[in-house]
Design a protein around this ligand. Structure first.
Ligand SMILES: [Ca+2]
Ligand SMILES: [Ca+2]
Ligand SMILES: [Ca+2]
Length: 177
């Protein structure tokens, strides 16, 4: 793992989340990202699962804004985002990472979990990757990598672990699109 890969991935995340492309992150960018993901899962904006994802992204913005020292309606610069996110991934530890990103991953599980068992099976996972724009032919290999305990189901912990591993450069599967 090199710092260059980590920074590259954090910068890509910034570009993706800066939905209006104005060079800073605002609450509206996060609302737009949440709506886009829900739409890709075929959920209308007023579906409960879509509302839950919106609330999760709202909470993530609150966290980032607090860490950046800007107000609730403030703008987060790229430098601040790279600093906060780098700290969260590489310094703060798994528990802090899971607190910050857990609600978003959990809300995506809620959108994706068609049989409502709290776990993501391989066909549900294929629809997840489609919704976040990952080519479908990568799904099978990605699934077995994320399924750390090999039980054929992806738990919230395994999915969160995969998001963290991606940013460490130890996994090539990008689950947040
Ligand atoms: Ca923006
Ligand atoms: Ca399921
Ligand atoms: Ca598993």
């Amino acid at each position: 793992m090199t710092t260059a890969i980590a920074n590259d991935r954090i910068n890509k995340r910034f570009d993706k989340w800066d939905a209006d492309g104005n060079g800073t992150l605002e609450r509206g960018d996060f609302a737009e990202e949440a709506a886009k993901i829900a739409f890709n899962f075929g959920k209308s904006a007023d579906a409960p699962e879509a509302a839950a994802l919106g609330a999760a992204f709202d909470g993530l913005f609150d966290y980032l804004a607090r860490e950046a020292g800007v107000g609730a309606d403030g703008s987060i610069s790229r430098d601040a985002f790279v600093g906060i996110t780098g700290n969260l991934i590489f310094e703060a530890g798994e528990a802090a990472f899971n607190r910050a990103l857990g609600p978003v991953v959990k809300a995506i599980v809620g959108l994706c979990d068609k049989n409502d068992d709290g776990l993501i099976n391989s066909s549900e996972f294929a629809s997840w990757l489609t919704a976040v724009g990952v080519p479908g032919d990568a799904a099978g290999e990605a699934f077995s990598k994320v399924d750390a305990d090999g039980d054929g189901q992806l738990s919230l912990d395994e999915l969160l672990g995969a998001v963290r591993e991606y940013h460490f450069g130890r996994l090539e599967v990008e689950l947040l699109g």
